[in-house]
Design a protein around this ligand. Structure first.
Ligand code: BGC
Ligand code: NOJ
Length: 811
């Protein structure tokens, strides 16, 4: 069942009922100011950091769901309704929500009154803009009152939701003609405030929630709206809000629009005050003046459209498969931008106060983003590297506002260092900008410990090389990619974090997965060394990699698949002797992607085992059998009920590893079969089972052991976005940036007769036509570049600005 449809020409997903299985959201903003916005107008805004600079309040886990947001109430006689249905939930005669790239339009109609809310975050400014248009479609004059409403957060979202004894007394606002300023804590250590404004005179306002909503009422029934209008309240402590009232009289056929804005303003210390106690509003006034009318709004919206058009034009495919094209050309790339910006911080499943930017997460997000804005990827790599420790290990997370490593979680996730090589390698392949390796970057954010990025990568590689266990495999530490496989933790007390309880390291527990990473990204490191003419270092690295490969094929091989790990007692995890957790997906994906056992047959065997034991109609599960009881020696993985999350859920992030692995072996049919099972547009028809947004990936789909098999959770912020884009763009469509140029190596279903693709690469444009006359799955028989045959399939780098015609004949 569907709840909307894709409008590809407009690059929008159009939702046709407000009663979606869950709130279906969009992200507005792609620089510093962000708004999460649901299809009914729920959500919140923040500046840079969802924890430390939250502008508006949001209550997760609320009942009913998704109450807080950017609400407009329309009072039409004794009828009160919202164009987005929530929170009053008055039935609408017509409803539609269009989630577009960086903007959302919500329309509702009731009793001949049509209302439209257009939301966007303009580029270059720190604000959310909302254009509200209301029209009288009937043939009578209609007097209406319109009330916009939002609730402020007292900046630090963690403190805001816990420190009530203080916060109920700190709230402060100022009100001018059509603007409400939220200035809590501005008197002391803050240099920023928020402003909510309208571009026309108001007929009333409220800034105290109690006055507008009522002490025992809710946003579904604001007393001011249902009663006699706004009261002019000025908040002192308690909950500051912004609410306004506009009394309009609409003639038949008449439309009116009001522009609203929510801005974030910073003032330099010496310019904080206009007069004692009165904030300096000059920057806010300039912002309001800039977006004072429809022309400015339209121009900002057009600018956003042009921006996205250009960004997406870097990779556009045209194939026989509509769902493939819309994922690749629009939504997958869009989600890659969102994960790049948010890492795992703020979604409808991530509260914004838990994790900041993840070291491993952000490194992987780069893989799907780097082709869009390489300069921002460059900056990110340097930020991430600055949270590395001198020994090559790394803080697992950092706060986006401060860019400082998060000491609460610390280090000890032993896959982290190698992801830095992965991210940097992707950047080098995309850009050829070798100068990044010479950038001087601190260790542990300490400028006195600064070294070149090249040295950071060296220490990443060496960290893994020198932290080996009894079998010669890498030590796992607190966890590797699977945060929940905690082999050194032994947590027996409720409330303890599985990730940070117990020692950060143990001398025995080893990871076959990290070994696979070491081979894959170690090779990337060796190639980088060779390019820098460090031949000895490259050769030495390759020797270590060859040694590791041999160990994986020995201690890491179980007979029909790769083992997962060795626990703290030296027992196999993910082997045939295990009663539960006999086979795991991660090492099959990573080791085959690394090419381990490709010649000797283990790679084929491992993927056959994946298909036999782990595959389901909704995607591939993490392991089998699921853990049915808590295993102290394995940690969080066995804490989830069977089929959920890391306990044998369909972890979407690593399904594309199997896409890449299958393509590595030339299996185009199977690679595509795996790809399409989790690709949202392909499963739009089962939205009532899947439940999360059909235009973006979710982290997890409940596995076959779960009661709700097929139900997704944790949409938006997941490494699935980057890896799926890599899987489809590089492994399936076969357009692979290398250090020396663009390689074309498609691996597609035999039934696909070809496709065309336009790719921007190092400033040149490649117009690629792939033909598959013999119906093969893999293999390039002939390649013509600008009409001339090319030896091999790597097109040497072309001058920026040039257009290159490429014809690829498979066979
Ligand atoms: C989640 C993981 C997450 C980990 C660290 C676990 O509860 O299941 O997905 O990576 O916590 O925050
Ligand atoms: C989500 C985390 O953000 C990611 O870092 C981790 O690899 C996966 N969960 C698997 O545990």
């Amino acid at each position: 069942m569907k709840y909307g449809f894709f409008d590809d020409a407009s690059r929008e997903y159009v939702i046709t009922t407000p009663r979606t299985p869950l709130p279906w959201i969009n992200y507005l903003g792609c620089e510093s100011f962000f708004t999460l916005l649901s299809n009914t107008g729920g959500g919140y805004s923040f500046y840079r950091d969802a924890r430390l600079r939250r502008l508006t309040r949001y209550r997760y886990n609320n009942c009913p769901l998704d109450q807080e947001g950017f609400r407009i109430y329309i009072k039409d006689g004794c009828n009160v309704w919202n164009p987005g249905w929530q929170p009053v939930q008055a039935e609408l005669d017509r409803y539609c929500c269009r989630h577009g790239l960086g903007y959302t339009v919500i329309e509702g109609e009731r009793d001949g009154i049509a209302a439209r809310q257009e939301f966007m975050v303009p580029r270059g400014d720190n604000c959310l803009l909302i254009r509200f248009t209301v029209s009288n479609g009937g043939d009578e004059t209609r007097p209406l009152s319109v009330f916009p409403y939002l609730e402020f957060c007292l900046w630090d979202a963690m403190d805001d939701s816990s420190n009530f004894q203080r916060n109920y007394s700190t709230g402060e606002v100022e009100v001018t003609a059509s603007a409400i300023y939220h200035k809590t804590e501005y008197r002391e250590r803050r240099d920023h405030y928020a402003v909510f404004w309208a571009n026309r005179p108001v007929d009333g306002f409220d800034t105290s929630r109690e006055a507008f909503i009522g002490t025992y009422s809710s946003p579904a029934h604001p007393e001011a709206v249902f009663g006699s209008g706004c009261t002019g309240s000025v908040a002192h402590g308690w909950q500051p809000i912004a609410a306004q009232q506009f009394d309009l009289v609409l003639q038949p056929g008449e439309s009116r629009s009001i522009l609203f804005g929510l801005g974030y303003i910073e003032n330099p210390e010496e310019e904080k005050w206009e007069s004692p106690g009165i904030i300096n509003k000059s920057r806010a006034e300039a912002l309001m003046a800039k977006y004072a009318d429809d022309t400015a709004f339209d121009a900002a919206l057009q600018d956003l459209r042009t921006y996205w058009e250009d960004l997406l034009s870097g990779f556009q495919v045209s194939s026989e498969l509509e769902s493939l094209d819309r994922m690749v050309n629009i939504w997958n790339q869009y989600q890659c931008m969102v994960t790049f910006n948010m890492s795992r911080s703020a979604s409808y499943f991530e509260s914004g106060i838990g994790r900041g930017m993840g070291f491993r997460d952000s490194c992987q997000d780069l893989l799907g983003f780097v082709h869009m804005i390489p300069e921002r990827a460059r900056e990110r790599i340097l930020d991430i590297a600055a949270t590395q420790f001198p020994d090559g290990s790394a803080y697992h997370q950092y706060q986006p506002l401060t860019k400082k490593g998060n000491a609460d979680i610390g280090s000890g996730f032993n896959d982290d260092p190698l992801w830095l090589i992965a991210g940097t390698d992707a950047y080098l392949r995309e850009t050829g900008d070798w100068s990044i390796l010479d950038e001087i970057v601190p260790f542990d954010n300490d400028p006195d410990l600064a070294r070149s990025l090249m040295e950071h990568l060296r220490r990443s590689f060496n960290y893994t090389r020198t932290h080996l266990g009894p079998n010669g495999l890498p030590l796992i530490g607190r966890a590797d990619w699977n945060d929940c496989l905690n082999l050194n933790c032994f947590s027996a007390h409720p409330g303890e974090s599985f990730q940070v309880s117990g020692p950060s390291d143990g001398p025995v527990a080893e990871s076959v997965f990290i070994a696979g990473m070491f081979v894959k990204y170690g090779r990337a490191w060796a190639d980088i060394c060779r390019h820098r003419e460090l031949e000895d270092e490259a050769a030495e690295a390759e020797e270590a990699i060859a040694g590791m490969e041999a160990i994986v094929l020995d201690a890491g091989w179980d007979g029909a698949w790769f083992r997962r790990a060795y626990d703290a007692f030296g027992h196999v995890v993910g082997g045939k002797e295990c009663e539960e957790g006999r086979i795991f997906l991660e090492p099959q994906g990573m080791c085959v992607m690394a090419g381990i056992g490709k010649e000797s047959g283990q790679a084929e065997q491992a993927l056959a085992s994946v298909q036999e034991y782990l595959d389901t109609p909704f995607g591939i599960v993490l392991h089998q059998p699921a853990y049915t009881r808590y295993h102290l020696e394995l940690g969080e993985i066995s804490s989830y009920p069977p089929g959920y999350k890391e306990n044998a859920g369909i972890f979407c992030h690593i399904n594309p590893w199997i896409v890449c692995a299958e393509a590595e072996l030339g299996h185009g049919d199977r690679a595509f079969e795996v790809y399409r099972k989790t690709a949202p547009a392909f499963i739009e028809d089962i939205s009532e089972i899947h439940r999360t947004e059909p235009y973006v990936y979710s982290q997890m789909i409940a596995g076959k052991d779960a009661v709700s098999f097929g139900e997704a959770k944790n949409s938006w912020l997941t490494g699935t976005a980057a890896w799926s884009f890599l899987g489809v763009s590089q492994a399936i469509l076969g357009v692979k940036p290398t250090l020396d140029g663009l390689q074309i190596d498609p691996c597609i279903p035999a039934s696909v007769s070809g496709f065309t693709l336009s790719r921007r690469y190092r400033g040149a444009r490649y117009e690629i036509t792939v033909e598959n006359p013999d119906g093969v799955q893999h293999g390039v028989k002939e390649m013509l570049v600008d009409g001339c045959p090319l030896a091999g399939n790597v097109i040497p780098v072309r001058d920026a600005g040039s257009t290159v015609q490429v014809r690829v004949i498979m066979g």
